[in-house]
Design a protein around this ligand. Structure first.
Ligand code: NAD
Ligand code: DAU
Length: 351
């Protein structure tokens, strides 16, 4: 049986990747390694937690000795690495945490894989899940391609760029079999409400203001999370050893237009007069070093691996809003406790 170790599998994207693999590949055994930080939540995996081909291991990737012990015990043939500190605003407040998890944690995983595979890399693969933010910012035109030069601006993107370089360095130096994916902004069920879309849905439901940074004209390229999971599956199995693949939806939105569209759909679903949610929109102080525009050229993954997103943005957003409306207990659970402190630090008095 093939053993795949997925890191960060209790987080937003990781939980969808774990579900995709557990359900689609009953012949594999999936080990989900996660430290269960504020962003990790086993509630995200309730539907698959008792499947015979699934195991959860609580471990912190910054703990090299523990990580090596987990690898020695479980002997994975493949690693799909998603564990990370993932929120740009938190990286501005506490950059060191991002170096620890995203850089040191990634190197610890590379060392553990190299050690247990004993330099016999036949049938092995380390898949590093990364972001389009490593490329920096675009102006009004152009797209990020796989050969676009790295130019990260936030502590988050600097830490992810560094981790990408380490993954390639282990390939070039030791021959470790690797693939990378650099994806644009994800949205969907289980998205933690610190990020723009779930934060706005949560605030609409609680009649709180919708904070738009700066003039709201910053642009992101949005992809439904399950389509990201499907891209990871394709690249993990069929991507070329040593290569990177950009993943995106050719779906650019300025933040202000996206939030207005979200408000319109929520009002419709709640049967309220149009304009009710949009009245909560408030422009607030900009994010320092805010990248103007991200947009992915996904031609390579499309042409080489036949990748196509499975849903339109309209469908994906509708499914996402429905999920949050039907899972308010999940939202209440993740926004109790520390979330309140984070929210006050980030938003109260920020206008
Ligand atoms: P998330 O913050 O929702 O989840 C991160 C997960 O990693 C959590 O389960 C958390 O408990 C775990 N984790 C954090 N630190 C850990 C540590 N030290 N040891 C073990 N586990 C730890 O993140 P996400 O949005 O699901 O992103 C997952 C990955 O995808 C990240 O690597 C991120 O950089 C990348 N990515 C995210 C997006 C996006 O739009 N969210 C887009 C492209 C790439
Ligand atoms: O591009 C991929 C990246 O997308 C991932 O690598 C990151 O892990 C993920 O967090 C995401 O980063 P962003 O910074 O683009 O996502 P966020 O949801 O934080 O912000 C989206 C846009 O909305 C961005 O231009 C900032 C703006 N924004 C965000 C928040 C939280 C606001 O205007 N108001 C807000 O309150």
């Amino acid at each position: 049986m093939k053993k795949i170790l997925i890191t960060g599998g209790a987080g937003f994207i990781g939980s969808h990747v774990v579900r995709e693999f557990v359900n689609k590949y009953p012949e594999y055994h999936i080990v989900n390694l996660d430290a269960l930080t504020y962003a990790g939540n086993l509630e995200n995996l309730k539907d698959i937690e008792n499947k015979p081909n699934y195991t959860f291991v609580k471990a912190d990737i910054t703990d090299a000795a523990h990580i090596l012990a987990v690898f020695q015990e479980h002997q994975p043939d493949g690693v799909i690495h998603l564990a990370a500190e993932s929120h740009v605003d938190r990286s501005i407040t506490n950059p060191t945490a991002f170096v620890m998890t995203n850089v040191i944690g990634t190197v610890n995983l590379l060392n553990a894989a190299k050690e247990i595979w004993k330099d016999n890399f036949e049938g092995k693969r380390f898949h590093h899940v990364s972001t389009d933010e490593v490329y920096g910012t675009l102006g009004e035109s152009g797209l990020f391609r796989e050969d676009t030069a790295y130019d990260p601006h936030s502590p988050y993107s600097a830490s992810k760029a560094s981790s990408d370089h380490f993954v390639r360095a282990y390939h070039d130096t030791y021959g470790l079999p690797i693939v990378l994916t650099n994806c644009s902004n994800n949205y969907g069920p289980n998205h933690f409400p610190e990020k723009l879309i779930p934060l706005c849905i949560h605030n609409i439901l609680n009649n709180k203001s919708l904070p738009i940074y700066g003039d709201g004209k910053f642009t992101r390229d949005w992809l439904f999370v399950i389509d990201h999971a499907k891209a990871i599956d394709l690249v993990f199995h069929n991507g070329k050893n040593g290569d990177s693949y950009n993943v995106g939806g050719f779906n650019e939105w300025q933040n202000i237009d996206l939030v207005k569209e979200l408000c319109k759909q929520v009002d419709e679903k709640l049967g309220r007069p149009q304009g009710t949610a949009a009245a909560l929109i408030t422009f607030v102080k900009d994010r320092p070093g805010h990248d103007l525009r991200y947009a992915i050229d996904a031609t390579k993954i499309n042409q080489e691996l036949g990748y196509q997103p499975s849903v339109t943005f309209e469908q994906g957003l509708s499914v996402t809003i429905d999920w949050f409306l039907n899972n308010q207990e999940w939202l209440d659970n993740v926004t109790s406790g520390d979330y309140q402190k984070y929210y006050e630090g980030q938003y109260v008095g920020n206008s």
